[in-house]
Structure formats: C-alpha cells, structure tokens
Write a protein that binds this ligand. Sequence first.
Ligand code: SF4
Ligand code: SF4
Length: 338
Amino acid sequence: MKLPKVNDLGFFEIRLESIGGLGANGAGKMIAEVGVLSQGYNGATFSSYGSEKKGSPIKSFVRFADDKTKIRVNSTIEEPDIIAVFHMNLLKIPTTLMGVKPDSVIVLNTSLSPDEARDFAKLHAGTLVCIDATKIAMEEKLPATNTIIMGAMLNYMPFLDKNIFEEIIRKQFATKPHVIEENVRAFKRGMQEGVVKVFKKDGKYPYLPYKKTDPKYGKDTQTPGGVLVEAGNSTLKDMSVTRTGRIPVFNSEKCINCGQCDVVCPDMALNFSRHDDGKMYLNGVDYQYCKGCLKCIEVCPTRRKDPSDTANHALFVGIETDYDVASITKPHHQHQMK
Ligand code: SF4
Ligand code: SF4
C-alpha cells in the first residue's frame, strides 16, 4: 500500500474545481470509493458550494492516507497534489489555482495546448495535463465531463486500480443504463487523450500561495436589509464563469423572430431590437449574461421538426471554445442604452 507522495500529515490530497452540473461532487465520491472501499486506503471526501445549483462554482476534495494513518483533518485542501479544473472559465476566478505547488499535477479541461493553457492560467510551475473533456463529452453524448477528467487524473493516481474504477462507474450510473457504456468509454478516452507538459519554476509567473478568502459581505458587514448600494450594477455582471462549455449559437438566417427564446431566458441574454418596419428582431446572444442553461434552444420552434438537423436551427448548441464569443454579439447593456 503506497501513495506516490504524502504531506507532513501523511496525506495525498486532491482538489476538484468545478461548476455545478459538471459532476465534480460525483467524481470526488467515485475516486474516494475506489480507494477506500475497494483498495483499503483511509480517505475522506466532501464538497464545498454555496447554493446547490447548476452553474454555481463548486470545490470537491479527496484526501487519502495509508491504512495506518488516521485522517482527523476536515479542512479544505490548500496545497493539492492533484488539482482538476473542470472548465477554463474557472481560471477567471483568481482563487482557482491557489496553493498549486511545483510538483502538483494540474488537469485542465481545455482545447488549448499546454503552452497556451499555461499562459492563460498564469501557472508558475507544475505538470499540466490538457484534455478537451467538453469535446469528448459532446462526442459521447454525455451531459457531464467528470468521467473524462477522472480518466486523465488516474494516470497520476497509480495506487488506484483502473478496473475497479470501471466497476464503480458502472455502479454509479446503474440507474441510467443508457449512459453506462458511454461513461466507461469516456473514462478510457480521458486516460489516453490528455496532452502533458511539465513546467519547471522559470520565473515567468509568480507562485500563488493559498489564502483564505472571505465573501465581501458577512454577518458583520451586510448592509441593513440586504440593500444593494451599487446602483445599476447588473451591467457589471459576467455570467461566463457559470457556463459549462456549451453555448447557444445563433443563426439569423433561420430565425423567425417569434421571441419564444426571450420568454424562457432567465438572464435576458437575448438581444432584440426594433427595426424600421416596427417589428422586433433577434440580433444574437449576449455572452456576458448568458449562463449556458440552453433553455432557449429547447423552446426554439425551428428545431421541433428535426432536433438533430442543426443546420436548419436558429439556435443550436456549440462548444464555447470553438467560437469567438466576444465578437459574435453586441453587449446587452449597450443595446439597452440606445
Ligand atoms: S442559454 Fe439561452 S436561455 Fe440560457 S442564459 Fe443563455 S441565452 Fe438565456
Ligand atoms: S431563435 Fe428561435 S425561439 Fe428565438 S426568436 Fe428565433 S426562432 Fe424564435
């Protein structure tokens, strides 16, 4: 029974940085189950999130020790041996890579190369594994990327048995038999399709030490009655962090301007304007506000006839990294102010 490395307390530690809906909580449980129930390690797993809903940032933690070392620590993991970042947008949150050490492994869901991803993440050092989990999930018709990310992580957790992982995945999805084989296949692809590069400390980017962060408002600092003191602050809102990699893409040639997408959009992210004929026309999606819930696509009547014929849809699902989202729509608040 041997862990690849341990900290002063004898723990091998894993942190999963994710967005609600991508399956990090489930991944943490599966990883722990393989190690604890099937292979006899001591372990603990738990998740940390605010409101439990699709689209919210979430952290999940797994701590392993050998069978002689008791785990009496329940705190969050500050200096992970492995960190998995389930979506590139999470790197916009400065705390995501805090505490990553030069010998940490960073598994990143991205279509970028390791050199590009390192610059995007401003990573000081570490072993970077880039895996395009969103694309694999789309190809395997899976809503979540967790089994793919676990596959990419497994190469750096050699103490866990690949075959037991497959069994646990089958058990986890037993109530959804239509996605069992897809998840097993996705897991194997995760193991094989990661692109790896080791970055030594070269001074290009500084080390980001772990720092406990408190929310801006707490019980002592909250404004009376929860009053918002910054007027008009919704124009500053940026929902891109909550998108899970899929975006609605607009094809103006197929749009019949029925407005049904606007009725269901929870964030008023669809940009309409009145034309000279007096009618309202859809200009596109505002990706500052779009949180990627895809409700607009579900109701769009242009897909009712044949949901698979995306060439004839006014709105269809795209992978975010395939589009330059900043250039394909006008900002919503500018439109509102006209
Ligand atoms: S996916 Fe569609 S419905 Fe959801 S926030 Fe974006 S534009 Fe609105
Ligand atoms: S995108 Fe679809 S739902 Fe929205 S206005 Fe056009 S046709 Fe209607």
